[in-house]
Design a protein around this ligand. Structure first.
Ligand code: ZN
Length: 284
C-alpha cells in the first residue's frame, strides 16, 4: 500500500504475522458476536499482523512502529505463532530502505508487538538499536510507565526492548500533542496504554490517521469493540469515536496496525453500524 499525502509518501511495512487470542482482541464483546466477523482457529486465536508505516517526505525517513522483532522467546513464538527471521527489515529492504537510512522511529506505545523490532541482539549477546541513526520518539508518560517496574505490568513491557534505547542515547521523549515534523502530528490518546499516541499525517484537506491500538483493525470500528489489553477501555472508546468521526467527516485514510487483510481504509458514519469501510487498500 502506498498513499501520497502532500509531500509525504506513506508505505505499509510488514512487521510480522501473528495469531492472537480472540477474547483478548475483542475484550467484553461476546465470542458469539466477534466470531461472525473473524473466524478463530481451534485454539480460539484470530489472524493478525503488524503493519508498520514508512513515511518519507524527501528529507525525513520515518518508521512508525517496529513490529515484534526477532528477539522474542521460544514460548512467545509458539504462543503467537510469530514469524521467524526479521520480517520488518526484509520488508524495508524490499522497498530499498536500509536501517541506517531511517531518521526517526515513532513508537505509538511500548508493547512488544510495536517496540520489539526497534532493537536487535547481536551475536555477542549485546542489544543495540536496529536503526542506529534514528531518534526514537516516545511519549514521556509511556516511557515512565513502561520502565517503572510496576508489578501489575510485569510482562507488558520487556525491558530488553527499552534499555538499549536509553543506553545508546537514541531516545527522545515528548510530552503532549506535537507537530513533530511538518505535517506529521503526534497526539497522546491514553486508553490502550497510559502514554499511547496516534499519528496523523496531513496536508491541506488530505489526511492519513494511524490510530495504532486505539482501533487496530477494521473489525474494531464499533465504539465498544476494544481490546482486553486496554488499561482504560472507556478512554479508548471515547478517543476512538472522536478520531474515527473526524476521519469519516474529512475523508482521511485510516491505516490499521493489526488488520490481517486491509492495510488502510476510508470510512463513513452509518446510522446502524456507526462506521463502515467505503474503500480499502491491501498490503501490496
Ligand atoms: Zn498491538
Amino acid at each position: 500500500m502506498t498513499l501520497e499525502i502532500g509531500p509525504w509518501r506513506l508505505e505499509s511495512v510488514h512487521g510480522g504475522r501473528f495469531w492472537s487470542d480472540g477474547g483478548a482482541m475483542f475484550g467484553v464483546v461476546p465470542r458469539a458476536l466477534w466470531s461472525r466477523r473473524v473466524q478463530p482457529d481451534e485454539k480460539n486465536r484470530i489472524p493478525s499482523r503488524c503493519h508498520c508505516l514508512l513515511a518519507q517526505d524527501g528529507t525525513h525517513t520515518v518508521l512508525i512502529d517496529t513490529g515484534y522483532g526477532p528477539k522474542c522467546s521460544p514460548r512467545m513464538k509458539e504462543l503467537f505463532s510469530l514469524e521467524e527471521g526479521n520480517p520488518l527489515l526484509e520488508s524495508l529492504s524490499q522497498k530499498g530502505v536500509e536501517p541506517e537510512q531511517i531518521t526517526h522511529v515513532v513508537l505509538t506505545h511500548l508493547h512488544f508487538d510495536h517496540a520489539g523490532g526497534g532493537t536487535l541482539r547481536r551475536e555477542d549477546g549485546s542489544l543495540v538499536p536496529t536503526f542506529p541513526k534514528a531518534r526514537y520518539v516516545v511519549q514521556k508518560a509511556e516511557w515512565q510507565v513502561a520502565t517503572s517496574g510496576a508489578p501489575e505490568l510485569a510482562g507488558a513491557y520487556p525491558q530488553e526492548n527499552l534499555t538499549p534505547l536509553e543506553q545508546h542515547g537514541v531516545l527522545e521523549l515528548i510530552d503532549g500533542p506535537l507537530e513533530y515534523l511538518p505535517g506529521l502530528w503526534l497526539f497522546p490518546t491514553g486508553g490502550h496504554t497510559q502514554g499511547h499516541q496516534l499519528v496523523l499525517i496531513s496536508s491541506g484537506d488530505q489526511g492519513a490517521l494511524y490510530p495504532a491500538d486505539i482501533c487496530p483493525s477494521s473489525a474494531h470500528l464499533p465504539t465498544m469493540w476494544c481490546m482486553a489489553f486496554d488499561t482504560e477501555v472507556v478512554v479508548t472508546r471515547r478517543v476512538k469515536h472522536h478520531w474515527l468521526t473526524l476521519a469519516a467527516q474529512r475523508g482521511w485514510w485510516v491505516i490499521w496496525d493489526h488488520d490481517p487483510q486491509q492495510a488502510a481504509a476510508r470510512i463513513r458514519t452509518d446510522a446502524k453500524s456507526e462506521f463502515v469501510v467505503t474503500e480499502h487498500r491491501s498490503e501490496v
